[in-house]
Structure formats: C-alpha cells, structure tokens
Design a protein around this ligand. Sequence first.
Ligand code: ADP
Ligand code: GN1
Ligand code: MG
Length: 371
Amino acid sequence: MGRISDRQIDEAIANFRFEGTLIEQRPYGNGHINDTFLLTFDIGEMGRLRVILQCMNKSIFTKPVELMENVLGVTSYLRKKIIENGGDPERETLNVIRTVANRPYFVDSQGDYWRAYKFIEGATSYDQVETPEDFYQSAVSFGNFQRLLADYPAETLHETIVGFHDTKARFATFKKAVEEDVCGRVASVQKEIDFVLAHEDVANVFGDMLANGELPLRVTHNDTKLNNIMIDDKTGKGICVIDLDTVMPGLAMNDFGDSIRFGASTAAEDEQDLSKVSCDMELFDVYAKGFIEGCGGKLTQKEIEMMPMGAKVMTFECGMRFLTDHLQGDTYFKIHRENHNLDRCRTQFKLVEDMEAKWDTMQEIIKKYNS
Ligand code: ADP
Ligand code: GN1
Ligand code: MG
C-alpha cells in the first residue's frame, strides 16, 4: 500500500455514481496486485451500502481500458446465464458501478485507473481452507465458471497479460533475471535457483502439448486462488468468482492447478516454517471431484489425466515468479516484509517436492474421476 495518495482516493470517490454519505473507507483484502478499498455509504432510511473501489495496477495491466472491456463482456455474459438459470445476478457475478461520466472506469489526475464493484454481502473470500466442504464448493464454482464461459467468443477477449501462463517464457525471464542480478541477491538464493534449473522439463510440458494439438485452449480464469471466490456465509456454497483481470484463453489444468497450489497447501503461501507446508491429498481429492463436476463433462480425458501436472506446473511457475520478483527487487507482487517473495517462493518449491513425492497418489485420485 501507500502507492495511492488520499487525494487520489477522494478524487476517484467523487467521480463514481455512488449514492448516500460516505461514512467509512479503508484498504481491503489480501490481493497481491491491485489497491483495493472498501467504502461504506449511509443511504438514510435504507441503511448502509458497501462498495469495492479498486485502483488497477497499471504497471502490470498496461491496457486497463481493454481489461475493463473484458470484465464488462464477461460479467454481462454471465449475468444473462445466471438469470436464465434462475440465479441472483447481483451476488453471483461482479457488478461494475459506472462513473459520473457513464464510463466503467475512471482515470484520475495522476493517470491511475479506477473501477468500482458492488460489494458482495453475506459472503467471505478465504485466504486458507477452513473446511474441505468450502474447498469443494470453490472447486464447483471455478468449474462452473469455465463451463458457463465455454461458448464465450474467445476471440473478443484481450490478452491482458501476454504469456501469463506461458511457463516456458517465464523460465526464460527467470534465467535473464539471474544473469542480470540487479539487486545482487543471486548468491544468497543459489539453492532455489538450482531447484528451478533442475525443473526445466516442468516449464515445457504444456507448451509442447499445446503445440502438438493435444490440449484445447479454453476461456479460463487463470488466477483461481481461493481468495478469488466468494463463499456464501449462510449456505456455504461458492457464489461468485471474482478478480476477473486475467480471464483469457488458457488451459483447464492451469485453473485446476492454481487452486491446488494455494488451497490444498497445509500452510499459508508465505509460511516461513517449511515443515508446516505440504499438499493435502484429501483436499486434492475434494477439489478434483468438485472441479470436474463443475466443468459438467466439458473436459477431455487428456485434460483430466493432466490435472496433477497442472498442479505441479502452476506451483512451480508461481514459485519461479516469486523468485524472479525477489531477484528483480520486488517490483511485481506487493510485499509486506523483507524477503517476502523469497518466503513465498520457498513454500511453492516445498509444495512441488511434496507433489513429486505424492505423484502416484495424485494420479490414483484423478483416475477415480476420469471415466
Ligand atoms: P487482486 O487482483 O489484488 O487480488 P481482487 O479483485 O482479488 O484484487 O480483490 C482483492 C480482495 O477484495 C478479494 O480477495 C476480496 O476479498 C475482495 N473483493 C474484491 N471484489 C469484491 C466484491 N465485489 N465484493 C466483496 N469483496 C470483494
Ligand atoms: C496474484 O491478484 P491475486 O493476488 O489474486 C497473481 C497470480 C498469482 C498470485 C499468487 C495478475 O494473484 O498470478 O498466482 O498473486 N495475479 C497476477 O498469490 O499476477
Ligand atoms: Mg485476487
């Protein structure tokens, strides 16, 4: 935090079509990318109304206008589908609040881009799995999300981050960061660097399979962390997939794998005590079941078979990205303490090792659901 001044926040607030009197504003959530604020308005007799206001990270999302075109396209498409299915479009998809000038985003006097969403009430985004049932529900929701978008015109989607899950390209970027060593940190992380170099094959698997036509490109979320889903406080069901910045053509196994990386870990993403970090096979099982069910028969047998690999690739890629950022001076992911990205990288590599040790079990679990 701290990147955005109070004056900028006030300017943004004044430029959205918010109703009522602002009574509270505070930073919100644990996202690593955008600056998120929770605003509370008093709307008189009607009580209180909350909204999410976000300053988009423009050094990461260099084309915020295109990004918002994606968000509007996807949310209005989902809205129609939710209504057709008898759902509640106010809670089951993000709702963009427009600006006074009737735009879906606001550009402030510093050139920063802002957007606002209705706050999804009565639901929680979890940073760690509390019960296997919650994790199962999040799997069904992410699977459903992919199923609902199966016929979305993929060619209309902008690629908001080029090569986002091109693990091979990320491996090349990593090697360059090691060579350049701009912060002089290479010598202190040789063990982690060696881990990456020894796993080059993991970086290439999906790129090679895509090139051979063995895997289909689908419209995917690409950032399926547990805290990017809202779970209903009353019913315990996953109700809304949020953080749509990276919805783009991608691989089903990566959406599966990124959820496992984050949610099936027995510890937080930045846990310093690595003895606490492992990949929980019960959670892997419930997530696999929920995701495959949620995708509603759309996945090919090959995609299902490759799900353990999706978990390994996403975990390896994320660890490599954290390490790259550590080497480059922590310019991408927000950090809240010294060596934060290094700590995050270490949990990911510990998970990769654990997945390697549990590889046969992961295959067996997936086989149960691949008929
Ligand atoms: P980032 O890209 O930084 O992760 P997110 O869009 O995921 O940003 O938002 C950060 C956090 O804010 C989420 O994890 C969630 O807790 C909360 N959040 C975002 N949008 C909403 C919403 N519409 N309603 C309720 N909470 C939200
Ligand atoms: C970021 O935005 P957030 O915090 O949900 C990142 C993901 C990483 C994740 C690691 C746009 O997700 O790719 O997997 O951190 N998002 C972007 O926690 O880079
Ligand atoms: Mg997020």
